[in-house]
Design a binder for this molecule. Structure first.
Ligand code: CA
Length: 228
């Protein structure tokens, strides 16, 4: 297999070189740029397999670059890891909402960097193999695992099936009766309020990751999974 190409977008040369050194030693094909506009033209010319983007860059922020990449059809699914000196939780949420796949807080070790890059590339390969995504949530039907950004979400079997069905049918509203048919099966006798119980459990499991907002109640109609 050809070496995987990683583009580093970082204006501080010593950090950029440290990253490049560690990734090259781990077998990656490394390219380096120092600002967002150089990054965008490089990505358009020769798309990398992953981009490491520093938060603070001279011409625009790493967040803006990530959002721009997500808006563009050609780079929509390009894996992005954000580098930042800010560790506050709110920053992490903003970063994940911008579409970054993961976060690395400075200072970090070469070993941690390589491990995170490999993990994100593995997840991206999983996405190509049919995993389901909404916002920062990703469900891998092969391993039955659900992740919110880099963190694994612990779900009971019913919540997993419910989430999987809703992820396969995003933005559609389902009544409780329809969800019973689709998720529990037509021949199982359960009351409609059972659906509410499991929706509540699903939201509780997603809440620590601020992902419960995707599970929406549509008054008088039922439930919907929505990116908005
Ligand atoms: Ca910087």
């Amino acid at each position: 297999m050809a070496p995987r190409k990683v583009l580093i977008v970082e204006d501080e040369a010593p950090i950029r070189q440290m990253i490049a050194f560690n990734l090259s030693r781990a077998g990656f094909d490394v390219e380096q740029v120092a600002d967002c506009s150089a990054a965008r033209s490089r990505i358009a010319d020769t798309p990398p397999d992953l981009v490491l983007v520093d938060w603070m860059l001279p011409d625009a922020s790493g967040l803006e670059l990530t959002r721009a990449l997500r808006r563009d059809e050609a780079s929509r699914s390009l894996p992005v890891i954000m580098l930042t000196a800010r560790a506050a939780e709110s920053d992490k949420v903003i970063g994940l909402e911008s579409g970054a796949d993961d976060y690395i807080t400075k200072p970090f070790s070469g070993r941690e960097l390589v491990a995170r890059v490999n993990a994100v590339l593995r997840r991206a390969a999983g996405a190509e193999a049919g995993s389901l995504e909404i916002g920062e949530l990703r469900l891998d039907p092969v391993s039955h695992r659900v992740h919110a950004g880099p963190a694994e979400v612990a779900l009971g079997p019913t919540e997993y099936r419910l989430l999987k069905f809703l992820m396969e049918n995003q933005e559609r509203v389902f009544s409780r009766g329809q969800l019973l048919d689709k998720v529990w099966g037509r021949n199982v006798y359960v009351e409609e309020r059972t659906v509410d119980v499991h929706v509540r459990r699903l939201r509780q499991a997603l809440e620590p990751f601020a992902a419960d907002r995707h599970v929406q109640t549509v008054r008088g109609a039922g439930y919907r999974l929505s990116a908005g």
